[in-house]
Write a protein that binds this ligand. Structure first.
Ligand code: SF4
Length: 450
């Protein structure tokens, strides 16, 4: 007897979806939810109430993997009490070299293992679930999810749209090119149609997703990311368009021009620098120098006054010495990012850097990240205090997560603003006077509605 069919014919089946990782994974989970609901499943918010638990995994850092393993341990205990429970593990982790075998060995309670780019195969994999052995269906090119898969998006103001899959950069620390394959761009017509549909359904802000959106169109040959942005800027009903992630090497002047001329294209660029030392950038295979990065920042600031700049920075990359780390701190002081996601380097199996002998001791990595975070917090606070007294445009997203009595929304430059207001403002553009700048947000009052 198959386990997926162990419930009585016609019985309502429930699924619980757990997502780890980046916005790409969040959006993949929206598609997984759409697929499962197309199969007749209904969502529940607790694994205990589900017949099927799907974990959409990440393996970019060891901590993300460890969280998956911890959840699988809990689900194993649940399955002992609820034997008909089906557990499926998908996303990036199973695609990492040796990970699917490790999952099977350590977690015999897993029924289905699928890959990062074959989520559309989940129904057929579930149909093959049988007691005793997991069904394994990893992704391999050229298999791709077809266009038009249903997505169960949370109702609200903002939506994600994937514009491309994979990455061809092979930074020496990163698993993404191995688990998600080379860059592939979606057809522009499909992206425009999806954004038009979102606008009709009331979404006001669209974030375009890709590991390196600046490479969009390279494989298509007749369109660039700048061209795509120009087309999307003309879609009626969308108030704001954002995108992430940009690669500094591929951010050209044409893209800056289009951003400067765009009406709905937000003045925010997430531009991962990773390190401020040329020696480390070279060993990371990032493809730019600190001078080129600083020049790009100058060009962005000249063309887009008030542009919000955020970044990713890694400390403790193999061979990073004190001078290299000082160069990173120096770059942070020069650029004065509005915010930074900071990470301690963590070796990822199968990547070149993991095999290098010059690993930096953990206590040194920890000391460096503390210094970096303290510096960035100080800069974020100063940048945000400089906003005090200004009036900014905010797209109202809903109640503040930290204070449900107030509303929140972002500036075009991606700063979070919290302010008092009525719920009928949600989804509207308002003008807010900034009264106080904090480390991670601004506080203000609405001075003009609608
Ligand atoms: S650009 Fe580098 S860090 Fe980013 S996904 Fe590609 S390989 Fe990984």
């Amino acid at each position: 007897m198959t386990r997926a069919c162990a419930l009585p014919e016609g019985a309502q089946r429930f699924y619980h979806l757990i997502t780890f990782g980046c916005q790409m994974n969040d959006h993949d989970s929206e598609v997984l939810a759409g697929i499962l609901e197309g199969m007749g499943y209904r969502a529940v918010d607790r694994a205990e109430a589900a017949d099927l638990v799907v974990i959409n995994t990440c393996c970019v850092r060891a901590s993300a993997e460890n969280k998956v393993y911890a959840r699988l341990g809990e689900l194993g205990r649940l399955k002992r009490r609820k034997p008909h429970l089906v557990i499926a593990v998908g996303g990036c982790l199973p695609q990492r070299e040796g990970a699917a075998e490790e999952l099977m060995r350590r977690f015999p309670q897993v029924d289905v293992i699928f890959g990062a780019r074959n989520l559309h195969r989940l129904p057929e994999l579930l149909a093959r679930v049988a007691a005793g052995r997991p069904v394994v269906g990893l992704w391999a090119p050229p298999d791709e999810p077809p266009e038009g898969l249903p997505a169960r998006r949370a109702p609200g103001v903002k939506a994600w749209v994937t514009v491309m899959y994979g990455c061809s950069n092979f930074c020496s620390y990163c698993v993404v090119p191995f688990v998600r394959g080379p860059e592939r761009s979606r057809p522009p017509e499909a992206i425009v149609a999806e954004v038009e549909d979102l606008a009709r359904r009331g979404y006001r802000e669209v974030t375009l997703l890709g590991q390196n959106v600046n490479a969009y169109g390279r494989d298509l040959g007749n369109i660039t990311f700048a061209d795509l942005l120009r087309r999307l800027d003309r879609v009626s009903g969308v108030m704001r368009i954002r995108f992430t992630t940009s690669h500094p090497r591929d951010f050209d002047d044409r893209l800056i021009e289009v951003l400067a001329a765009g009406r709905h294209l937000c003045e925010h660029v997430h531009l991962p620098v990773q390190a401020g030392s040329n020696r480390v950038l070279g060993r990371m295979n990032r493809g730019y120098t600190r001078e080129q990065y600083l020049d790009l920042v100058d060009r962005l600031r000249a063309a887009l006054p008030g542009v919000g700049l955020t970044t990713d920075i890694m400390v403790g990359f193999p061979g990073e010495d004190e001078e290299d780390f000082e160069a990173t701190l120096d770059l942070v002081r020069r650029v004065r990012f509005d915010a930074a996601f900071t990470f301690i380097y963590n070796p990822r199996p199968g990547t070149p850097a993991a095999a290098w002998p010059e690993q930096v001791p953990l206590e040194v990595r920890r000391r460096r990240i503390r210094e970096l975070i303290a510096l960035q917090r100080q800069i974020s606070l100063e940048n945000n205090r400089a906003e005090e007294g200004r009036v900014v445009e905010v797209l109202v997203e809903g109640p503040s997560e930290t204070d449900s009595g107030r509303l929140c929304g972002r500036t075009r430059s991606f700063k979070m603003v919290v302010f008092p207001g009525a719920s009928d403002l949600v989804g509207k553009l308002v003008r807010v006077e900034i009264l106080a700048g904090k480390v991670n947000h601004l506080e203000g009052r609405v001075v003009e509605q609608g």
